[in-house]
Design a protein around this ligand. Structure first.
Ligand code: NAD
Ligand code: UDP
Length: 317
């Protein structure tokens, strides 16, 4: 296959490029670098089976040649990023998804969009099955991301039902691993970088809120299986083992051997109190489940940030 991956220079997009290439497909990556970085795909440049187009997907998308698949992963994903870039976030979820669907329709390609556990908002049902419609504040600060993704799901289903485009919707739960931007503000990257630098760990609120963290290789495997399946309805992909944020902070301190203290900072507005995927569907339909426990995933992730922190320290000497 020849597939277009939007958001290719981001954390997940770059790992997806690697996976599709490893499976023998050809990849066209597209990104405008607003939250991603060229370093994430530097190792792919010069390959015959990889091409890159720098482009804002909220504007009309043109890709020369045939395409068999379009994976729409472009969007700021960290709360810090989407709160800083609210309009771009709304545009890439709406106009960007429309343009990406348009390419898929024109080329006769299969389409996948990266949705999110944020469509469940601050959930009143726990764990969250795909059938739950969510508890989202549409006019709160997080609404720019949550509603963009909910619109994105709606237009994807409309292209499927009305135009017959083969579509897939993956609802991704908190994922971590190498190639996250050290300053992107998400909890795993923040805690690791703070611990490595000896800075205080920034726990928001009392740290009793929960998340369920998935290692990137597991997630990419679930995404690949879903893309290859014929399931059009939204599908949760994530690790169902749940931790409090405070437990994560303690684990990061232990694993880095850091003596950083833990600071308590204000909890952001509408921060979900709990989050954990019900992955019954992914297990049954895709034969998928995560294999990498949090401690093992952190063991694989910490060296990536350690090397960046050392490099930065060396630059400021
Ligand atoms: P990321 O910020 O690392 O990557 C996003 C990429 O999209 C960046 O390279 C950015 O430059 C690019 N981009 C943004 N707007 C663009 C535009 N208008 N045109 C072209 N490129 C644009 O984030 P990520 O964690 O890799 O997330 C990728 C996708 O997965 C996003 O759609 C996100 O909503 C979704 N997702 C991620 C997670 C997670 O835990 N990582 C969870 C749920 C959903
Ligand atoms: N969080 C935190 N300290 C940080 C960053 C995040 O305590 O430095 C908390 C945040 O309030 C949320 C959880 O960690 O409850 C996960 O935040 P993240 O930004 O990684 O993703 P979210 O799940 O909120 O999209």
């Amino acid at each position: 296959m020849r597939v277009l991956i939007t958001g290719a220079a981001g954390f997940l997009g770059s790992h997806l490029c690697d996976r599709f290439l490893a499976e023998g497909h050809r990849v066209v990556g597209m990104d405008n670098f607003i939250t991603g970085h060229a370093d994430n795909i530097a190792h792919l440049q010069g390959r015959d089976d990889f091409a890159f187009i720098e482009h804002d997907v909220s504007r009309f998308i043109e890709v020369p040649g045939d395409l068999d698949g379009v994976l729409h992963f472009a969007s700021p994903a960290s709360p810090v990023d989407y709160l800083e870039k609210p309009i771009q976030t709304l545009k890439v979820g709406s106009l960007g998804t429309h343009n990406a669907l348009g390419v898929a329709k024109a080329k006769g390609a299969r389409f996948m969009m990266a949705s999110t556990s944020e469509v469940y908002g601050d959930p009143l049902v726990h764990p969250q099955p795909e059938t739950y419609w969510g508890n989202v504040n549409p006019v709160g600060p997080r609404g720019v991301y949550d509603e963009a993704k909910r619109f994105s799901e709606a237009i994807t289903m409309a292209y499927h039902r009305h135009h017959g485009v083969p579509t897939r919707i993956v609802r991704i739960f908190n994922t971590y691993g190498p190639r996250m931007r050290p300053g992107d503000g998400r909890v795993v990257s923040n805690f690791i970088v703070q611990a490595l630098r000896g800075d205080p760990l920034s726990v928001y609120g009392d740290g009793s809120q929960t998340r369920s963290f998935c290692y990137v290789d597991d997630l990419v495997d679930g995404i690949y299986r879903l893309f290859m399946s014929d399931r059009a309805e939204p599908t949760n992909v994530g690790n169902p083992t749940e931790f409090t944020v405070r437990e994560l902070a303690d684990l990061v301190l232990r694993m880095t051997g850091s003596t950083s203290r833990i600071d308590s900072l204000p909890l952001p507005q509408d921060d979900p109190k709990v989050r954990r995927p019900d992955i019954t569907l992914a297990r049954e339909v895709l034969g998928w489940e995560p294999r990498v426990p949090l401690e093992e995933g952190l063991r694989r992730t910490i060296p990536y940030f350690a090397q960046l922190v050392e490099h930065q320290a060396a630059r400021t000497l």
